[in-house]
Design a protein around this ligand. Structure first.
Ligand code: WTA
Length: 657
């Protein structure tokens, strides 16, 4: 049966279509046809029209060293120039670039002119301390204007930033600093979330003390909470002292289009997170195009992306995209549930947000909150400023979609369900709000120029209606360039030999609707979990578990969860006897805390079960499919005849906690 038969279809409202930048299906088809006819010419035209180049490019796509594709590679530009200076030159100097709302509700507004001055001052300070083009700078900051300033300042001087999410542990921070060989760390004394001040600098100190971070020459500390923090003489400097006396004029470092703008570490199938390397020109082009086409951003919009700058969404749709389009955006420090779960709706009302982009997990938790506490239901707020909603990070279930549509969007605002990844730089499969009839739960059709397809194991394209593997058939400008320091892993992960190295493998399963060809993402096909929209490698969590002195062996799988999409479920063999009752509960808590310390709180397994062994095949491979059934509480239908000790199935079925 087709999606269209089973679910309602929402055609774009006429008043949206009439004003949309890409208006109507014919306009979308024309763009796709243009790309089909002359792929390089299509992207070249857009790169000329939407970016400001210091030196225009003459070469478009270089495939000679595939899959290490190069775009616009003899062109020269600067991202920070494109995000700040060119808007000011266009008369937007006094326009609000950022409306910042802190955890405690205080609000500040920063104009483009002020933002440029702050970025320039920080950029000059970095230069004065010896940071050069190509140096890696790790940013470990909470959601703040300073975070955006630090990223833009790196871009301005050609330093390659690597932002580490403020919820990651000392160990995770240490590993990322070490892998990137970073020379600078920019952090804060602490962060404010949900009315509480949490430490950051102490975690950074712990990371730096672990060894392997000797490349770090300086640590800049932004004083956010005012908490006492130890400062190492010669190494650590407060943000205020660092920028003191620096000029607020800084000539941008003009870099070639392929220059690495940033690294962002993300989880893969194997234990070690991979440093996804992004370019300057191609990346920025996609950030701009998706802001204009997917979000239909207009001069009067107030755009709000609720992501953290520690994730790719916060890179493309906070630090770069909105600024590169001269937009006004909200940056929020806090959490959606403080002081109550009406926070998002109150902020939309107060700041008259017109475009609101968030994650399905947030929507689901706010549905639950609104059911429990009617006063925080969106109906209590004036949300009439909204004209467009967006969703990202995980599949949005149709029920959450409908609630979002009706209660937040007033049945008036299209929802763009944007499928993309850290590796893709920006939206890949997404509705365009003035074009695409919406079907809840489907990310619909590829962004113009993106050649997404569903194939079988041999790389053969499947008929619509059949589930398979999601791939992209042609390189696109914003794609990942390599994995930092591991080009072989880049090839293996994304251009595997199975597909003759010709297809980009997203790592997701997908299906196209039999009638409409709309895409639905069916979930990861590798050992990556998606918990509340955060990517986690099962092997990463397993290695964290086995680093605990009590643990002999561990296997981690995901199971569906109503709130978080997937939940982490760990099966653990301890070195001593298998604990029961209260003893088991205590070990579970210890192991959860241990994973929290090794990776970060987001990686804590929700369920932990103990067995005397794990179910394995004769060749010793852990039977993960079977574990997934156990985690879900399903009957085990797999062949278990090869199990050495079938009694362990009963042990692993039980949830002691
Ligand atoms: C999943 C986040 C369904 C998918 C931007 C992908 C989605 C992974 C969607 C990337 C969506 C993201 N519908 N699934 N709209 N958006 N995903 O790198 O499994 O943190 O591979 O990038 O999230 O997560 P990442």
């Amino acid at each position: 049966m087709s999606q269209a038969d089973s679910l309602q279809v929402f055609t774009p409202p006429a008043d949206f279509v009439s004003q949309a930048t890409i208006s109507g299906m014919e306009a979308y088809r024309a763009l796709c046809a243009e790309a089909e006819k002359d792929y390089a010419g299509f992207w070249a035209r857009l790169a000329r029209e939407h970016l400001s180049w210091k030196v225009p490019f003459t070469r478009v796509l270089d495939e000679s060293n595939a899959p290490f594709f190069r775009w616009f590679d003899d062109g020269v530009l600067n991202v920070s120039y494109n995000c700040l200076d060119r808007n000011i030159e266009a008369g937007l100097g006094d326009k609000t670039a950022i409306i910042f709302e802190s955890d405690d509700g205080s609000v500040s507004r920063i104009s483009y002119r002020e933002l440029l001055a702050r970025v320039s001052r920080f950029a000059n300070a970095l230069k004065a301390s010896g940071v050069r083009k190509g140096d890696r700078v790790v940013i470990y900051l909470p959601m703040s204007v300073e975070g955006v300033v630090a990223m833009q300042a790196c871009a301005r001087i050609g330093a390659t930033h690597s932002v580490v999410f403020g919820g990651f542990s000392a160990q995770s921070l240490r590993d990322r600093i070490n892998d990137a060989g970073a020379v600078f760390l920019i952090t804060a004394d602490g962060q404010c979330r949900g009315g509480k001040a949490l430490p950051l600098k102490p975690i950074a100190d712990e990371a730096l003390a672990m060894g392997g971070c000797e490349s770090i020459k300086k640590v800049v500390v932004w004083q956010r909470t005012g908490a006492d923090c130890a400062m190492q003489a010669g190494r650590d400097v407060f943000w205020g002292d660092f920028v003191a006396g620096q000029s607020d004029v800084c000539e941008p470092e003009w870099v070639e289009a392929e220059h690495p703008l940033f690294l962002l570490y993300t989880s893969g199938s194997t234990g070690k997170p991979k440093g996804v390397q992004h370019s300057t020109g191609g990346y920025l082009l996609h950030a701009v195009l998706t802001m204009k086409w997917t979000f239909d951003l207009k001069p009067d919009d107030v755009f709000w992306c609720t992501a953290d700058i520690g994730w790719v969404t916060g890179h493309t749709y906070i630090a770069y995209g909105p600024l590169a389009c001269g937009g006004t955006q909200i940056v929020f420090e806090g959490v959606p549930t403080y002081p109550d779960a009406g926070r998002f709706w109150r902020m939309v009302q107060d700041h008259k947000a017109s475009i609101f982009y968030t994650a399905p997990t947030a929507v689901r938790s706010l549905i639950k909150a609104a059911e429990a506490t009617p006063t925080v239901h969106p109906r209590n707020y004036d949300l009439s400023s909204l004209r467009l909603l967006g969703s990202v990070g995980e599949p949005i279930n149709p029920a959450a979609w409908m609630w979002f549509y009706e209660n937040v969007g007033g049945s008036r605002c299209p929802i763009v369900d944007t499928f993309w990844q850290t590796e893709t730089g920006g939206h890949m499969i997404t509705p365009l709000p003035g074009v695409t009839p919406l079907v809840p739960g489907s990310c619909t059709l590829p962004f113009p120029g993106i050649q997404a397809a569903v194939v079988d194991e041999t790389g053969t394209e499947l008929d619509w209606g059949k589930g398979g593997i999601l791939v992209v058939k042609r390189p696109w400008p914003a794609m990942i360039r390599t994995i930092w320091g591991d080009p072989e892993r880049f090839k293996r992960s994304y251009y595997p030999d199975d597909f003759a190295g010709q297809l980009y493998l997203a790592g997701d399963g997908a299906m196209r609707d039999a009638q409409t060809g709309y895409f639905t993402i069916t979930g990861r096909i590798d050992d990556v979990l998606n918990v509340s929209g955060h990517r986690m490698g099962t092997m990463e969590i397993e290695s964290a578990l086995v680093s605990h002195p009590l643990v002999a062996e561990a296997a981690v799988v995901g199971r569906p969860d109503d709130l978080t999409g997937e939940a982490i479920c760990a099966f653990v063999v301890l070195k001593g006897v298998r604990p029961e009752g209260d003893a088991a509960k205590k070990v579970i808590k210890d192991l959860q805390d241990h994973v929290g310390k090794e990776i970060g709180p987001i990686a804590k397994p929700k369920d932990i079960r103990f067995g005397e062994n794990l179910p394995k095949t004769r060749s010793g491979k852990i039977m993960r499919r079977l574990l997934r059934s156990l985690a879900k509480g399903e009957e085990v239908t797999q062949d278990t005849s090869t199990l050495e000790n079938p009694a362990i199935l009963d042990q692993l079925k039980r949830n002691v906690a």
